[in-house]
Design a protein around this ligand. Sequence first.
Ligand code: HGY
Ligand code: MN
Ligand code: MN
Ligand code: MN
Length: 403
Amino acid sequence: MTFQPLAEIADIGRDRELGGWSRHLLDPADRALREWFVGRAQELGLQTEVDVNANIWAWWGEPGPDSVVTGSHLDSVPGGGAFDGPLGVVSALEAVGRLRSTGFVPRRPLAVVAMAEEEGSRFSVACLGSKLLSGALPAERALGLRDRDGFSLAETLDRAGLAPERAGRDPGALSRIGLFVELHVEQGRGLVELDSPVGLASNILGHGRWRVVFDGEGNHAGATRMQDRRDPMVAAAATVAAIPAVAMAHPGSRATVGRVRAVPGGTNVIASRVEVFLDARAEEDLLTRRLVHEITELAAARAAENGCSSRLVEDSWLPTVHFDPAVREGLADALAPGFGTVPVLPTGAGHDAGVLSEYVPTAMIFVRNPSGVSHAPAEWASAEDCWAGVDALTAVLTAHLAA
Ligand code: HGY
Ligand code: MN
Ligand code: MN
Ligand code: MN
């Protein structure tokens, strides 16, 4: 059985080439999904607004201090799953729909939020909307970020009718948040092993994104003898092949290369430059730093062997997040009547809640993912567990909005 609220948007952003869904900040799919969100929220009687950082807020009651905010993101990784992000947004709308249909009157303002560019699939920085909102990422650095077609974030915001010069830290928006709760499909099998449909987050692994840039000598694929080459692709490939062993030497670490960019990228052209996009994470931030350092040294050695140079560029970094146990306890108390003791577990995936937890009281609810697979078309959660997530979120909102 399919979780109907997600089925409603399943045709938006379906990627026929990659499979799964591709929805990236303000591209046609993202715009269609944002339009759907605004329409659905307005049907529920919520007041919608797009903030200066392209995050969308749907308010029940006047925006004000001590609001309860819930939601997630609508964008995806390339060829991603249907649940990562949208499950949190549609579940929030379902919970609000339930509360409104029972005549519930909240004692605090409530907002459902769809954060912009959480996956960083277009501008390469994860949690862009929440990092701009909180000031974790300075606007002047973000506005110059360019997508694969060379468009800057500033141009993209401008073309969407937003004022890029106003993007950045939004103290007003931050000060209104009394509690942020993000519901998210689990990206892993923790809840399967714990045999529970829902769970609460304890912490998020620190993680970052780097580019290892190899520079060599661009040349003709046919006219250049093998011994005369300074081919950065060879250095890059040898480095990528050696990364798993480096990560495995640090138990609990994860290092991934999901994207490589050859410049200029012609089949009959020896590349002049190759960029290796690295995602590294570990249970201790120092360990992540050490892992990246070892990979950088490995790259320098492979580059030297091939007459090339290498350098490291840091694109983004989010330290390990420990969610506030007192905030989590508040959710656990609200869930106890309906769910008993809800398990608490860590996540290796980043979230807007991780960014915002530095600034406002924040918690996360996870929904069981039977295979644990995420960032792939096979990502899935049962309708039963998704409705359990809506039940859980409704209980949490009821308890915190009545307070
Ligand atoms: O990359 C992450 O961990 C998140 O899904 N953006
Ligand atoms: Mn994700
Ligand atoms: Mn996500
Ligand atoms: Mn030619």
